[in-house]
Design a binder for this molecule. Structure first.
Ligand SMILES: [Zn+2]
Length: 232
């Protein structure tokens, strides 16, 4: 029984290795990294789009004010000035000068804002291109990972078939215990006795139980519940 169980565990070690490989697969890491990159690019785009929207609204508002001011200046110039006295003329002159300076200021603000908008739009295009690039890399990684996983799945099927055949010659009580511990990720389940202790958790086996071990070839560790066996 012990030899069959040890053989079973040896075959199972192939399965443990495949599972570990899948878990640590670089492809999987790359895919996770790419998912993060794409998500970041998306968030960035949303943010830029909102900022650009705000800038364009501000731009429109400034242009409106600018047009209004320009119209006011034009109207002022057209006013009948013949009837004005010297004081009124001076007042009118000051008012026109102020309005013109306001208009020039507005024009400057609009130009600066236009530059900012173009900058944001460029940033948007760049981020969008980066997002597309990340998405492409992500698709490639996914494809590679799926290929890797499918190959591993073939291997898993083969090992499981081997285990299934071995199972037929082993007491179901042991197989059930083995599988239960395996589900709890406690591999290896069969461990040799080392210095009269459990080969994994190192808890000492009392003398009385050592006698049982010698007689039955196997006992359960009282601490970690693995199956302790006597090495050859
Ligand atoms: Zn133990």
């Amino acid at each position: 029984m012990l030899n069959k169980l040890l053989e079973y565990q040896k075959v199972d070690s192939k399965l443990v290795k495949i599972e570990k490989d899948l878990e640590n697969s670089d492809c999987k890491g790359t895919v996770n990294g790419m998912v993060r990159l794409v998500r970041e690019a998306q968030n960035h785009l949303i943010h830029i789009e909102k900022t650009a929207g705000d800038l364009i609204a501000e731009y429109k508002r400034l242009v409106e004010v600018y047009e209004k001011e320009k119209k006011c200046v034009a109207e002022l110039k057209d006013k009948e000035i013949k009837e004005m006295n010297a004081f009124e003329l001076r007042e009118e002159n000051n008012s026109v000068a102020k309005q013109i300076s306001d208009v020039i200021g507005l024009k400057k603000s609009i130009t600066a804002l236009s530059k900012k908008i173009i900058q944001k739009l460029n940033e948007f295009e760049k981020t969008r291109a980066q997002g597309v690039e990340s998405k492409k890399k992500y698709d490639d990684s996914i494809a590679k990972y799926n290929e890797f996983a499918s190959k591993q799945n073939d291997n898993i099927r083969k090992v499981k078939q081997e285990l299934f055949e071995l199972e037929k010659g082993i007491d179901p009580v042991y197989i059930d215990k083995y599988k239960k511990m395996r589900d709890e990720h406690k591999y290896p389940i069969l461990v040799p006795l080392i210095n009269n202790s459990c080969g994994i958790c190192a808890v000492q086996v009392p003398n009385a139980r050592l006698d049982i071990l010698k007689k039955n070839h196997m006992i359960e560790c009282e601490n970690c519940h693995r199956i302790i066996y006597l090495p050859e």
